[in-house]
Ligand binder design. Structure first.
Ligand code: KG4
Ligand code: ZN
Length: 370
């Protein structure tokens, strides 16, 4: 009896201690100034991501990359959906824990409605809808491409926020767009790629050189010690504000094919120069268009977003033109360039202010315009 008593007392004390910790956490979260806690979920392609934002501040930003696609040299949609299913619960859990938030304190749940791979989108939307329903909080469907541009509105050291209107450039694996951004939700596409996206061109040419998917970051790295003028590839000049990337992809593929027929070591011996020359060409195509669109529309704030916004050549070339073109250039921190859920959360923040909520019957869309 005497032995059991201290154990009981310890158990009761421990129980109270846990309750106090929970209470303090809850108190801390409800005491956050203008507390608006958004859980955001992104599952449009091959990254399962979840983030928690308090207003415009990112409390956590978690991503589970899917390595399963590496062996195939590109994203396999069916495998992506399956991987999302196994990763979404742990990633959301991680985001809540890192943000030190109890799920019952959430104000709203946001998810990517499109564009993207339908099976992947469905996993995120089904999860978000069920979670919002069980917690009885509003649901906010988000356009992935708007998210890529609105990362510049996250409140964080090192992020400068542009003023409206500005020229938004989305450069990713699926999109290459020049967008007139009038406000957080009114965005008009002025020009777009007529075929491949810039990230797709990086990835497909990289695959031709035997690089792993996604090849963009590797080409960027290898190009650092290569000569960008060593090999020349065509830079198309499309009419109007559109761009095209399939021509340079074909020219590059044919060139590699021809050279390797004469010398099987050609890629290996010239890899850095090939990467630098290819990267130079791909970046030059979009740069030329940015210059034209900016000058003809008197837009001097150039705001980039999307995975290829991580590219060092693109970032450097934009900064190099700042003075002569009187531009203000807005480059996102690298962690907010490739797909992430913080970008979904910040877009949801603005929808929350206007009470633009979604319904359980909203459909995911593989294609979604602004
Ligand atoms: O935005 P994102 O993560 O996914 C889509 O919405 O598509 O972009 C992925 C794309 C891939 O094509 C990848 O190769 C490219 O972004 N990428 C890069 C770099 N980092 C990612 N391309 C060139 N240089 C980089 N440093
Ligand atoms: Zn993206």
């Amino acid at each position: 009896m005497n032995r059991i008593l201290p154990k009981r007392i310890a158990a009761i004390l421990f129980h109270f201690l846990i309750r106090i910790v929970y209470f303090c956490n809850a108190l801390k979260n409800t005491m956050l100034p203008n507390s608006e806690l958004i859980l955001a979920i992104e599952s449009s392609c091959d990254d399962t991501a979840a983030a928690v934002l308090n207003g415009r501040k990112v409390l956590s930003n978690c991503i589970a990359n899917q390595t399963v696609h590496k062996a195939y040299g590109g994203v396999v949609p069916e495998l992506a959906s399956r991987a999302h299913q196994s990763k979404i619960v742990p990633v959301v859990q991680q985001a809540l824990v890192q943000a030190n938030i109890d799920k019952n304190d959430l104000t709203a749940i946001a998810y990517t409605q499109g564009p993207g791979l339908l099976g992947s989108l469905l996993v995120g939307s089904a999860f978000a809808k069920s979670f919002a329903l069980s917690l009885n909080v509003p649901l906010i469907p988000i356009n992935h491409m708007q998210g890529h541009l609105l990362v510049h509105f996250i409140e964080e050291n090192g992020i400068n926020t542009p003023t409206f209107p500005f020229l938004g450039i989305t450069v990713s694996g699926g999109h290459t767009q020049l967008v007139l951004v009038k406000n957080h939700f009114e965005m008009n596409v002025l020009g777009t790629t007529l075929d491949d996206a810039i990230g797709e061109a990086f990835d497909k040419c990289g695959k031709r050189m035997g690089l792993d998917y996604p090849s963009g970051p590797q080409i960027d790295k290898l190009a650092q010690t290569g000569n960008p003028k060593r090999f020349q590839f065509p830079i198309p000049n499309m009419k109007g504000y559109d761009v095209s990337y399939s021509g340079v992809k074909t020219a590059f593929t044919n060139f590699i094919h021809k050279q390797t027929q004469n010398d099987s070591n050609f890629i290996h011996e010239n890899l850095n120069d090939l990467c630098a020359s290819l990267q130079y060409t791909l970046v030059q195509i979009i740069l030329n268009k940015i210059e034209q669109v900016a000058s003809e529309n008197q837009l001097n704030q150039i705001v980039i977003g999307g995975g290829v916004a991580a590219n060092s050549e693109l970032r450097n070339q934009l900064l190099a033109r700042k003075e002569s073109h009187h531009w203000e250039v807005f480059l996102p921190p690298l962690k907010y360039t490739t797909d992430n859920a913080a970008m979904i959360g910040i877009t949801a923040y603005y929808k929350l202010q206007e009470k633009q909520f979604g319904k359980l019957t909203d459909a995911s869309k593989s294609r979604l315009t602004y």
